[in-house]
Design a binder for this molecule. Structure first.
Ligand code: HSE
Length: 373
């Protein structure tokens, strides 16, 4: 079935741009009779041409027009969701709301979408008449794509995860600032790099002095990230955990519809100077001692995107890095091994593009699922 009127909000931002790019690549607009592009600032200007010419952009706060949509896909952010979703529902709008923001994720009537992992949960929600379908936190979605096999085979007793999260998670401006910081450190270091007699300690001092000085741009990230890492992401929940760390457990168990028997998941979430791939190192306690070869085959066959990288030096350094994975839908998982603590303990490392499976991909796939209903 074709989708009739689908509204897109926040399509020009970073996640929205990746969403549109992926929808064009997959010919998703052929499923939509009348795509309508909304704007918060450029009403009346030309919208994008997604196959049928350009149409004028519509005001994203125009509730009357929004109410005419059968589905709304928004990457506009949490404030927009808070304002507009409530207003639309209060006015009786009964269309599908597909959202990248976290605002509604844990609401009882909302379903977190990651269909390779939780297609049955999504199907049940549709059968129950649910209308709010929300993309998960990027770190959570990437973890679940990687551990899909073990999770669905009920082999996971608990997970401890250390994350190495890319700056794209903080937005486009922060990506730009990371590169600016790199340039500023390099510019100050260049004379010493070119001086054959300069000592490494002098170079090191120039670098750290630049990082600590007010000559380093930090207005977006707030801190030096070049040559550094930041061991806190998102808000302080005043419980010893960050909001990003809390999401790891809360969202994973909601995606799996396991709120009644949650898998304990503990995270320490860390920002590193990668551009758009989040990496994660897991320590996992399995529910039973499964041979390593079997674990690898369960992981590798779970979905079309995950693949096990042999736990060898060359393969890991070539295939299990942000530099290799960025811009692809691949979810490599490697460094898979049993631990000395016992046969039920294993570790693994995964990398995934946080703008693709971590943000845009589940949204466009939800539109496909709706078009099949
Ligand atoms: N909160 C994530 C991060 C990105 O800061 O990396 C969005 O899910």
């Amino acid at each position: 079935m074709k989708l009739n009127r689908v509204g897109f909000v926040g399509w020009r931002g970073m996640v929205g741009s990746v969403l549109l790019q992926r929808m064009m690549e997959e010919n998703d607009f052929s499923l939509i009779t009348d795509p309508v592009f909304f704007t918060t600032s450029q009403t009346g200007q030309d919208g994008p041409d997604v196959g049928n010419g350009k149409k004028a952009l519509v005001d994203a706060n125009d509730i009357t027009t929004l109410k005419n949509m059968d589905a709304i896909v928004t990457c506009q952010g949490g404030d927009y969701t808070s304002n507009i979703h409530t207003e639309l529902r209060n006015q009786g709008w009964n269309g599908y709301w597909i959202d990248a923001a976290s605002t509604l994720r844990m609401a009882p009537e909302a379903t977190i979408i990651l269909d390779p992992v939780n297609q049955p949960v999504i199907e049940q929600a549709l059968a129950d008449g649910k209308k709010d379908f929300i993309g998960g936190n990027c770190t959570v979605s990437l973890m679940m794509m990687a551990l899909d096999g073990l999770l669905n085979a009920n082999l996971v007793e608990w997970i401890s995860v250390m994350t190495y999260q890319a700056i794209s998670g903080g937005g486009a401006r922060q990506m730009e600032e990371l590169i600016t910081q790199m340039g500023q450190v390099y510019a100050r270091s260049k004379p010493l790099l070119e001086d054959k007699n300069a000592s490494i300690l002098d170079l090191d001092k120039v670098v750290i002095d630049t990082m600590r000085s007010d000559q380093l741009s930090t207005s977006q990230i707030g801190y030096p990230l070049v040559g550094n890492l930041l061991p806190w992401i998102d808000k302080d929940l005043d419980s010893g955990t960050s909001r990003e760390e809390w999401k790891g457990s809360a969202e994973t168990n909601k995606i799996l519809a396991r709120d009644d028997r949650p898998i304990p998941i503990e995270s320490t979430c860390i920002r590193v100077g990668a551009m758009r791939c989040h990496s994660q190192a897991f320590t996992i306690k399995l529910t039973k001692d499964v041979p390593l070869g079997e674990i690898e085959s369960i992981l590798d066959s779970a979905n079309d995107w995950v693949s096990v990288i042999p736990n060898q030096r060359e393969a890991s350094l070539n295939q299990l890095t942000p530099a290799h994975v960025t811009g692809t839908l691949d979810i490599p998982i490697g460094r898979v091994r049993k631990l000395h603590m016992g046969g039920e303990y294993m570790s693994a490392f995964t990398v995934g593009d946080q703008l693709l499976w971590g943000a845009a991909e589940p949204l466009r796939r939800m539109l496909r699922i709706l078009s099949q209903h």
